[in-house]
Design a protein around this ligand. Sequence first.
Ligand code: ADP
Ligand code: MG
Length: 403
Amino acid sequence: MPATALSKRSIEDLSQDELSGKRVLVRADFNVPLKDGRITDDTRIRATLPTLRYLLDRNAKVILTSHLGRPKGKTPELTLAPVAERLTELLGREVTLAPDVVGESVKSLVLGMKPGELVLLENVRWYPEEEKNAPEFAQQLADLAEIYVNDAFGTAHRAHASTAGVAQYLPSVAGFLMHKEIAVMGKALEAPERPFVAIIGGSKVSSKIGVLQHLINKVDRLIIGGGMIFTFLEAQGLEVGKSLVETDKLDLARELMRAAKEKGVEFILPTDILVATGINALAAEATVSVNAMPADLMGVDVGPQTIERLKQALGDARTVIWNGPMGVFENPAFAEGTRAVAQVLAERTSQGAITIVGGGDSVAAVEGMGLADKFTHVSTGGGASLEFLEGLELPGVAALNAK
Ligand code: ADP
Ligand code: MG
C-alpha cells in the first residue's frame, strides 16, 4: 500500500481563488455502455456530478476529458456526443462538445469560455498518443487548462497522457470520486479497524494472486470463495470433480495456506459445496461435503453450512473487503452464497463496520440485489481497485500533488 494514498491533494484543498474563473481540466471516466448510440447505463456520468457541481459553484471553467471504448484513430462512431447530451440533462447546463481533443480549434474554444461553462473534449483515445503517454500530447492537453483534476479512478491504474502525463504540467488534485476511492480503501489497508476480514472469490486464483499475497499480510481472516476454492481444495489432496482448477497454481495455493498459518491468519475454505452438471444447469444435483465431491460434477456455489460459518466469521468484523463472487451468481440457482455474503455485509454496515466491495462482477452482483447503497463503499474501478488491493501504486494517483 503506497503510504501516499491518503496524502494527495483534493479539490477541497484548493481555495476559491484558485478555482474562480480558472480553466480546470477534469479527467472523468465517461466510458459508458452504448447501444445504437444511446447510453444504457449512466452511473459513471452521475458519479462525477459532485465534482462538477463543486467546480461550477466556484465559477470554474470546466473542461472535461474521457476515453470511450477502444477507437483506432479518429473513429466518428466512438464520439462523446451522447455523453455531452446526457450531462447537459443531468446538470441542467449546456455542455459543449469540442470538435476534437487538442489542436487550434479546441484551444480557441476553451480560451473563449466564461466562468461556469462546460466543454467536453472529444474521445481522448482518438489519439494513440494518449495510451502511449506521449509527453507532447500530455502537454497539449495541459495547455488547455490551468488546473488538473483527476476524478477517473477506474483508469487510474493506467499511465496514460490524460490520467498521469498531464499532471506533470499542471497543479493536480483528486476529484471527490477519486478521493473517496483512495481514502476509504487506503484507510482499510493502512489502518483498519479490527477484526479485518477479506473475502476473495471470483473465477481464478491467477487473477487474484497479487491481492491474496498482499492481503494475507493485513487481515485477521481470509475467506475464499468462487471458482478458486477448488484449486485450494485440490492442493489439499481433495477430489474436486469437474470444478475449475488451475493445476499450475497448486503450489501457490499451498504456499498461501502455509503463509496464513505462519502469520496467524484464519484461512477459511468452504466445508460444503453445491455441485452441478455445469454452470448453466437449471439446478444443483446435490450439496456435498468438500470431502465427498463427485468426480463427474462441478462446484458452483458454497453450501448452507459454509454460509453459516461465514456469518460467524463476519459477525464481529469491523472492516471487510470483498472482491469476487462466492459462486456462479449469474445463474439464479447458484447465487445463494453471493447473496448471503451481500446481506451479511449490508447488516454489518448498519452496525458500524466498514464494508468495501470491489471487482466488476462482485459490484454487478451487489447492484443486481439492490444492496449497493448498503455498503460503505462500492468501488467504481474494477482493474484499478484490484491493483489498489494488491498494494500497487496507481500511476493516476501517484501523479497527483502531495498535500
Ligand atoms: P470480480 O469481477 O468481482 O473481480 P471475477 O471476475 O474474478 O470477479 O470472477 C467472477 C466470475 O467468477 C463470475 O462470472 C462467476 O460466475 C465466476 N465463478 C464464481 N464461482 C465459480 C465457480 N465455482 N466455478 C466457475 N466460475 C465461478
Ligand atoms: Mg470480473
